[in-house]
Structures are given as C-alpha cells and as structure tokens.
Design a protein around this ligand. Structure first.
Ligand code: 5AD
Ligand code: SF4
Length: 441
C-alpha cells in the first residue's frame, strides 16, 4: 500500500482531545500529509475518541458503522480513550481497523502509520506508560489562544469515571518544560493559554520534591508575559487558599474556576467517591468568593446516578440555586465498563434522567439570564478572538469566560479591548468598544 497523502480527522470529547488532535495534525503535516474535510476521499481516516460517557461512544461506533458500510477505502485508525477502554470490543466488532492508539502513544503515530502501510495491524494502548508528551509539533487551531497540557491522568477514582483507566495515573509535566512552551507561545504572539489536566489543582504532588504546586506554577507562568491564563479541570478538594490568592493577585489569571459539583446530596457524593460533602463544597465557594469577589464559577453535574432519589436531586437543585453557576455541563449518568459504579444497577429510568436533566437545565438558564443581566452596563476587558462572518461582528471573551460580540475592525483580533456590555442575545453579550480612538467600521 502507498503511504497516505491525505487525511481526515474528527475529534470527539474534551479539550485534552482537541490538543491531542492538534498534535496529530502537526505530526502528519510534518510528514507531508494534507488534511482534507471530505472523509470519503481521504487516504487515512482518523477518529480521536472519548470514553467518558456512553453518548460519545455511540457517536464513534455509529460513525465507524457508517464508514465500513460504505466500504473501506484508505487506512483507518481509532485514537484516544475509547480503544483503551474497549479494546476487545473494537478488535472484534471492527476487524478492518488498521490501528488503535491510546492518548499516551500518539507521539508514535508516524511509526505506527509506517507499520500500517506495510499492512501490519497494530494496537498501542498502554495507559500506564509514564511518558511526557511533547506538544512542540502541535498545529494550533488558533494563533491567539492555546491549550497547554500540564499533567496527564487522574488519581481520584470517582466511581463513575473511566478517566483513571484510560489516561492512567497523575503525572505532572516538569515546570521547566511548561515554562519553555509558554515562553515560545508568547514569542509567537499568543495572548492566552489554558492549562489542561484532569485535575490541575493536584499539579506537582507527584513530583519528587513537591516544591512546585499549582499556585507556584501560576506565579511562574505570570512572569512569562502571557496576558491571560485559564485552567481546567479542578477537583474541589484540591482548590487551595493559595490558589485563590493566586487568582486574586496575578493579573494574568482569569477569574473563572471550573468547580465540578456532580451532586448536591451527601449520600450520592459519598457513593461517587467525591471525598467532599456539600457543606465542604459551599465553604470553599464562599471562601473563594470572599477572596475573589468577581469570580465566575462553572460546574459539571451528573443526574440519575444509581439510587438517586427525587430528594437527592432536589438537594442538587437547591445547591445549584445557592451557588448560581455561570456555566454548567449537565449529564445523564451512563455506566462505564471497568468503573465501580458500572457494577451497580443503573436503576434510574432514562425518562427520569432526562426529566431531571431538563429541570436542571431550565434552572441554569433562569439563573444565567438573571446573573448576566446584572453585568449589563459594566465595562470589561475582552480578548478579541475572531470575526464572525454571519453576524459581521467581532467576537471575544471576558476574563470570566463570558462571550461578547461587538462592532469593530478586524485589526483588533488578538488584542485586549475594553467593552461596555449593552444587551444580551441568548447567552451572548452585545457590547460596545469604549476606546474612542478606535472607530468601529
Ligand atoms: N456518566 C455521566 N457523566 C459522566 N461524567 C464522567 N463520567 C460520567 C458518566 N459515567 C461527567 C462528569 C465529569 C465530566 C467530564 O463528565 O460530570 O466532570
Ligand atoms: Fe474522573 Fe474528574 Fe473524578 Fe478524575 S476527578 S476520576 S477525571 S471525574
């Protein structure tokens, strides 16, 4: 078989997968392959997959069924977490897949491809591999903001979650390597980095000297001259007072914390092995708000966890109302093979899960609208990210991660601007540039 000239890549799942896909694109383009958008015409078809919820799995399986139904043309590789979680299933159901590659083996993609061209089917799925992934080759989607991986894996073992099994144990990337990457991004003109890890707040705890923990990393990165630093995800238990002080004291660190609650019922939190109670959670939120009053909080919620009663769910609704989250990802529980919770009866009917999901969503929308209305009239700094052709407006984000559109010249893309928030359209603010020296076009 000839070495492929073109490739099609589709990404499912989290930001870590988006970053991994940027690495894949960088590696393949370096080898001379061209990315195309027509999957039927590509010599190499890659799916970078997610295993976190059943829905993500169904999408990938459906896509592969469609591809094989049409007839296989080029090489096909399945990347990411799903083949690690369900290797045997993939090998049995789709014997024509040429290679399976876990997140930790992506840097070996080119040699894996060489083997596939020689018609050697291969499987590379060791989640325990202690390897620091070098993202130097990544082909960034944006020239303004970039994802930066600061650690791999997770040690928390929440009972519903597959991540510790697919991405392995926590391994922090050495400080020097992160600093070098961010300095390079600054030199290239990047304005914002989002530090990625499954639980960034435990950064450094696995390193031998434990001298540089997550807040120390933020102080070090602030010196690089990067304008904005975001980070995700955080486990509430590891959000420390030092981190809260870093958010308050460092101009570059954005006032937004993704603070996954998962449930507001202590009984369910215990079953989830979240290692905090709702009282602990609220205490942290109050402390954070007393130190950083303007902070916006985001969350993840799972509804319909095994044995969740209406009373448990109402406790989650109440807590949600108390905290008034600015962003929320609400999921219906789905059992994931290998996790402890998958051994329990998935006893909440789909209909009830969906109904709870809708009730939670509708509460979120109400709170979101009320909270955003309070922001109207304020002047905020936004990073201008792009020009939206459909709306003919510039688009950017506040430090609190709110979306803002406004009239202005495309030359402002990549700059920080002061904008007055004037009105709301759905969840997006319509704003006005307030610097009188720059005339809107
Ligand atoms: N079912 C539903 N949601 C899940 N999540 C993780 N595992 C599951 C599961 N088995 C959600 C959690 C986590 C987010 C990334 O995905 O809310 O924070
Ligand atoms: Fe999964 Fe997050 Fe829990 Fe780790 S902390 S096991 S990534 S839900």
């Amino acid at each position: 078989m000839q070495f492929p000239k073109t490739f099609y890549l589709r990404t499912y799942g989290c930001q870590m997968n988006e970053l991994d896909s940027e690495l894949v694109v960088g590696l393949l383009e370096k080898r001379g392959l061209k990315r195309i958008e027509q999957e039927d015409e590509a010599d190499l078809l890659l799916l970078n997959t997610c295993a976190v919820r059943e829905m993500a799995e169904k999408k990938v399986v459906g896509k592969l069924e469609e591809i094989f139904h049409k007839g296989k043309k080029g090489l096909i590789g399945v990347l990411g977490c799903l083949p690690v979680a369900k290797k045997d299933f993939f090998l049995k159901k789709f014997p024509h897949i040429d290679f399976l590659v876990g997140p930790k083996q992506l840097p070996d993609l080119l040699s894996i491809l060489d083997q596939a061209v020689l018609q050697k089917k291969s499987v590379h799925l060791d989640s325990a591999a202690a390897l620091e992934i070098d993202y130097t080759c990544a082909k960034r989607e944006s020239s303004i903001k970039a994802y930066v991986s600061i650690m791999q894996g997770c040690n928390k073992y929440c009972t519903y979650c597959i991540v510790p099994y697919t991405r392995g144990k926590e391994i922090s990337r050495p400080l020097a390597s992160i600093l070098e990457e961010v300095e390079r991004l600054v030199a290239l003109g990047y304005q914002e980095v989002t530090l990625l890890g499954q639980n960034v707040n435990s950064y450094g705890k696995d390193l031998p000297d434990q001298k540089t923990l997550f807040p120390d990393l933020l102080y070090a990165l602030d010196h690089t001259g990067i304008k904005r630093i975001r980070f995700m995800t955080s486990h509430p238990i590891d959000i420390s007072i030092d981190l809260m002080h870093a958010i308050r004291d460092l101009a570059s660190v954005c006032e937004f914390v993704h603070f996954p609650l998962q449930s507001g019922s202590n009984r369910i939190l215990e079953k989830m092995h979240r290692i905090y109670t709702k009282e602990d959670y609220l205490e942290k939120v109050e402390l954070l708000r007393s130190i950083v009053p303007e902070v916006a909080l985001g969350t993840d919620i799972i509804v319909g966890f095994p044995t969740e009663t209406e009373e448990d769910f109402l406790e989650t609704l109440t807590l949600f109302e108390q905290v008034r989250f600015a962003t929320a990802f609400i999921f219906a529980y789905s059992p994931r093979e290998k996790t402890p919770a998958a051994r329990w009866v998935d006893d909440i009917p789909l209909k009830i899960k969906e109904e709870r999901l809708q009730r939670m969503l509708s509460l979120f929308r109400t709170i979101d609208q009320q909270e955003k209305e309070k922001e109207l009239g304020k002047t905020v700094e936004i990073l201008v990210e792009r020009f939206n052709k459909d709306l003919q407006k510039l688009k950017g984000k506040t430090k609190r991660a709110e979306k803002v559109i406004f009239d202005g010249n495309a030359s402002l893309i990549g700059t920080l601007q002061n904008i007055r928030l004037e009105s709301l359209s759905h969840q997006t603010f319509l704003g006005k540039l307030i610097d009188p020296t720059i005339l809107p076009t």
